[in-house]
Design a protein around this ligand. Structure first.
Ligand code: PLP
Length: 304
């Protein structure tokens, strides 16, 4: 049997090793970054909030005008077959819609492209190593680049337009920081490569509402606030206000709630993970084990 433990892909109904999965060089997904995608985590043998991730993906397909010929149930079935075949218990599971190839070489008409769906999974990805996250990570505010404006590329459609993030990551790494956070053209904090961002002021927890992907982890954190005795606020967050917060943290399907100890030369909680972020991090890892939010990989198959 093929070893799929390093990852598997689902392409056209076939399941193959991740290393063998490829798309054609003339696919608009490659030539124009013309892709809508989503990523759902699998944790200890079950998808977390599977229906919410797939619903967000389908909303992205509608806005981005991708027709992949698969509905919610068919997408869930493909993901389930693939993850089950991989044997992975903790996984990063990507579902992808690509614009595809245009049969008329050189055509600029997107309506003629053959849109297609594929999926892939690899062992669970922590965007910040857990041991670093537990101590509080470091964030560099990008200086040479701003987030692509929301009226140019819609950030609520999860996409492959990462040129701004990649520039920010070069800056961050060259200055000795773990990751980067981008501002919009009005000086508000937006998001970073793979995460939303929050600021804590006493018992208020603030995150940006527009110019960002509405992360499922962001939504989970906003819901957790009620049980944690915190008041969530979603609104524009100017950089000055952000830097004056008591605490700052990131949210991502790749690691949950990630405390931040340092933003540029501003240290939070004496350069450690703050108590509110640390508590929310623990609560997130409780929530991803909640039966009502989990779809076991085996059960999802048995139900078909
Ligand atoms: N913002 C961007 C740009 C992302 O790519 C991601 C996730 O990859 C997020 C935010 C966080 O979203 P989620 O919590 O759904 O993983």
């Amino acid at each position: 049997m093929t070893d799929l433990s390093t990852g598997a892909a689902w392409m056209g109904g076939a399941i193959l090793p991740i290393a063998d999965a490829a798309i054609p060089v003339t696919d608009w997904g490659l030539t124009h970054s013309d892709i809508a995608y989503d990523v759902v985590p699998v944790w200890q043998g079950a998808f977390f909030r599977l229906d919410d991730y797939v619903a967000r993906f389908i909303a992205s397909l509608t806005v981005g005008r991708y027709d992949i010929g698969m509905d919610h149930a068919a997408i869930c079935a493909a993901l389930t077959d693939m993850v089950r075949a991989s044997g992975l218990q903790d996984a990063y599971v990507a579902m992808v819609a690509a614009r595809g190839r245009n049969p008329a070489a050189g055509s600029r008409d997107p309506r003629d492209c053959a849109n297609h769906f594929y999926a892939w999974c690899v062992p669970y990805v922590h965007i910040v190593k857990p041991e670093v996250a537990a101590q509080g990570t470091s964030v560099w505010i990008a200086k040479t680049v701003r987030r692509i404006p929301a009226d140019s590329v819609n950030p609520r459609v999860k996409n492959y337009h990462w040129g701004d993030f990649t520039s920010g990551l070069f800056e961050a790494k060259e200055n000795g920081y773990e990751t980067t956070l981008l501002l919009d053209h009005d000086g508000h904090v937006t998001e970073g490569p793979g995460f939303n961002v929050f600021a804590v002021f006493g018992d208020r927890v603030v995150t940006s509402d527009h110019g960002v992907l509405h992360g499922i982890t962001r939504r989970t954190v906003l819901e957790i606030c009620a049980e944690a005795g915190l008041t969530p606020e979603t609104r524009p967050l100017p950089l000055d206000e952000f830097l004056n917060a008591d605490e700052v943290f990131l949210s991502s399907s790749g690691g949950g709630v990630i405390p931040v100890a340092r933003v540029d030369d501003r240290y939070f909680s004496n350069g450690t993970a703050g108590p509110v972020a640390t508590d929310l991090r623990a609560r997130y890892f409780d929530w991803i084990m909640r039966d009502d939010l989990r779809t076991p990989v085996t059960k999802a198959l048995a139900g078909r």
